[in-house]
Write a protein that binds this ligand. Structure first.
Ligand code: 5GP
Ligand code: MG
Length: 177
């Protein structure tokens, strides 16, 4: 396979600026006792920076994680979402903010939202770093907080991988194959 080319899309500084704006919006709109549930693995860098940006806004949410998988080493979603690890916190009666890297077809976040509602969360809002301009969006999934509306391309870096590579890139790039 030829070497993949990486084209820079969002710089480290652009991401940091946007995160501080998003944290201000989240702090203004979420109730004080909310729970942040980050979807692993792709959101771990975003979630780590977001929780510190939220702290700077005076917010101190409980944090938990769910592991959901639909890609399995490919650049295309398999279409089936698998719950590999559920959030351990009891979310009954609490406002939840689901944090993920990318909203693409919406299947992953629709699954997370349905699952957390079924577990008794009083509200489930969605925060994504990237909202992809895709024709494949399933219309029942909508993000309440969005970092960037990005082009319909496969992106890596800032926690996002392709086949377990590129997660440590400090910026976001388009993977051109
Ligand atoms: P959806 O279920 O909305 O189609 O896909 C969302 C999930 O697929 C995201 O949580 C993310 O993990 C993964 N994904 C979607 N698009 C991309 C992409 O361009 N790059 C990477 N690395 N992951 C993606
Ligand atoms: Mg993901």
């Amino acid at each position: 396979m030829p070497e993949a080319e990486l084209r820079p899309l969002y710089s480290t500084a652009e991401i940091a600026d946007r995160l501080h704006q998003m944290a201000g919006n989240i702090a203004g709109e979420m109730s004080p006792g909310f729970v942040m549930v980050a979807i692993l693995t792709g959101s771990f860098v975003f979630a780590a920076d977001l929780i510190r940006a939220l702290a700077a806004e005076g917010c101190d949410p409980a944090v938990d994680f769910m592991i959901l998988s639909s890609y399995a080493g490919s650049t295309r979603s398999s279409g089936t979402v698998t719950l590999l690890r559920d959030a351990a916190l009891d979310v009954r009666g609490r406002d939840v903010l689901v944090v993920d890297d990318i909203l693409d077809s919406g299947r992953t976040l629709a699954f997370a939202q349905d699952h957390l509602r079924a577990r008794g969360a009083s509200s489930v809002r969605i925060c994504v770093l990237l909202d992809k301009a895709t024709a494949a969006r399933e219309d029942h999934c909508h993000a309440d907080f969005v970092g960037f509306r990005c082009p319909d391309a496969f992106v890596v870096g800032y926690g996002m991988d392709h086949d377990h590579k590129f997660r440590g890139l400090p910026h976001i790039a388009v993977l051109c194959q």
